[in-house]
Design a protein around this ligand. Structure first.
Ligand SMILES: Nc1ncnc2c1ncn2[C@@H]1O[C@H](COP(=O)(O)OP(=O)(O)OP(=O)(O)O)[C@@H](O)[C@H]1O
Ligand SMILES: [Mg+2]
Length: 368
């Protein structure tokens, strides 16, 4: 037990950032660079996107021209930024990085566009947050590789056309639905990124463990993968926390027991729900009999803002098939009762979800 003396204290941060959030938290940025795959081959999962993108890039290289503009759409932490870097690397071109919020004026965009070199890849993150004026300039730039620079004001203003070198725009968005049609139409290829399968997350974890020099058993990788909500960023973050636990409480190697104990300590359950997710479900089941209950009532019951419950907890609870949003309010599904080890109140069958949840199910009695 002598080694224990040199081991650091294990800190369980409770600074409000969530271990299972798809969005980046404080210490992600420093480590993510090191864990990013650099080539399309090393990029794990998303096979359909990889195949399609591979073709787009190969065709461009064969023609010796700038590749078509690419839109990467999907939830946070699935690899959009990673893919943008891979696109530039595969094309053998430099990558310029900017983001929608940074382009508040058309002039901001003009400055970036006019300094591109031929064939350069321009990554525009959070493209749905660009200003209207920049957006309109971008239409012309994407289509005709040209911008009109407005000089002067009022009736005396004139537009001076400026030729741009051919470039490849890679746009990324978590909210593809917010993009105006004309912008979406100007992308030659849109990659819709889906949540990852557990097998892919296992492979990602094995790769990350090797890069971080952590001994990780297969069953431990599977355990962490199953709790990662289909999101590589979450998988990598859980791996780092489990590694901390293994270093402080054991010899640093991660096996199934260590992984389970660590994730229990961090309150991430078997399917990736954290304390807040479970509090919401618990209130819905125990206090409101499974619903329907209004969002604001549910939020008050767990002491959170409605918005937090709606944007932070609900999307995953819905995706996991535990909660349904209905016109009458939030309703627990039968799976929610069994997940919390509860029984629906005697005599009541859990109210069936309806509205969107039912519309998604094909109706067997309907011959059409
Ligand atoms: N297919 C993959 N294989 C291996 N690692 C991956 C993969 N996809 C993502 N990652 C890892 O997950 C982390 C987050 O990925 P990335 O930053 O590209 O996500 P994002 O989609 O840009 O997220 P955001 O919407 O928040 O910008 C990176 O550290 C990267 O290493
Ligand atoms: Mg990103």
């Amino acid at each position: 037990m002598t080694g224990d003396l040199d081991r650091p204290e294990l800190e369980v941060h409770d600074d409000g950032s969530r271990l299972v959030a798809g969005d980046p938290v404080a210490d992600d940025a420093t480590i993510e660079g090191a864990l990013r795959p650099r080539t399309l081959d090393a990029f794990i999962g998303q096979q359909r996107v990889k195949d399609q993108l591979g073709l787009v890039l190969e065709a461009a290289s064969a023609r010796g021209r700038a590749a078509d503009h690419v839109l990467l759409a999907g939830p946070p932490g699935l690899g959009k930024t990673t893919l943008s870097m891979i696109i530039a690397a595969e094309l053998g071109m430099p990558l310029r990085v900017t983001s929608g919020p940074a382009l508040q004026h058309a002039g901001d965009l003009a400055a970036v566009l006019s300094s591109l070199i031929p064939g350069e890849v321009l990554f525009l993150d959070e493209i749905h947050r660009m200003s209207r004026a920049a957006e309109e300039m971008l239409y012309l730039a994407m289509e005709d590789f040209r911008v009109d620079i407005i000089v002067g004001k009022g009736p005396g203003a004139t537009a001076i056309p400026l030729e741009l070198p051919p470039f490849t725009l890679v746009g990324a968005t978590t909210r593809a639905g917010l993009l105006p049609g004309p912008l979406r139409d100007r992308f030659g290829f849109t990659a819709h990124m889906d949540f990852y399968e557990t097998v892919d997350l296992r492979a990602i974890l094995a790769r990350s463990a090797a890069l971080l020099d952590v001994a990780l058993t297969d069953d431990a990788a599977a355990e962490i993968a199953g709790r990662s909500r289909g999101t590589p960023r979450v998988a990598n973050r859980l791996l780092r926390r489990v590694r901390d636990f293994a270093q402080v409480r054991a010899d640093g190697d991660v096996d199934l027991t260590i992984a389970r104990d660590a994730l229990a300590l961090y309150e991430v359950d078997e399917i990736g729900l954290d304390r807040l997710d479970r509090a919401v479900l618990d209130a819905l089941l125990r206090r409101f009999g499974g619903g329907p209950v209004g969002l604001s009532t549910l939020a008050v019951a767990v002491g959170e803002e409605s918005e937090t419950v709606e944007t932070v907890c609900e999307p995953f609870l819905v995706r996991a098939g535990l909660l349904a949003r209905t016109p009458r309010g939030r309703v627990a599904t039968p799976a929610a009762w069994s997940h919390l080890g509860l029984r629906p109140p005697p005599g009541s069958t859990p109210p069936l979800p309806f509205g969107e949840a039912v519309a998604a199910e094909p109706d067997a009695s309907d011959p059409a």
